[in-house]
Write a protein of this length. Sequence first.
Length: 130
Amino acid sequence: MQYKQRRRISRDREENVQISGAVFDPVKRKILIVDDEPAIADTLDYVLRTDGFEPVCVGLGQLALKEIKTNEFALVILDIGLPDISGFDVCRELRRHSNVPVIFLTARSDEVDRIVGGVHSEAVGAVRRG
């Protein structure tokens, strides 16, 4: 995987960001955060806003699917353990409509192993949260 960080060239111009083949151009900066824990979602929202992105936060898988069908996102950060449907099911349905990169969030290390091991290859990666 190829990772490049966004570099600020001047106040008015920034280079595109490339993460695993997906280019974040300055116009398309919306990121969907799907997590039912407000502390996690608020932290991600703050960090992404501070870095110039436009995060959209939802706490349910069904709401995430509605957002994906009506908006274009550069990235989806997706919790696996959602209260209504599994993050894996959200990702499978998302793949029917979009090729947007997905990063899974999980509190369980065995789920990270399954994702990284290729069981859920529709994700760009997985992050274990504490």
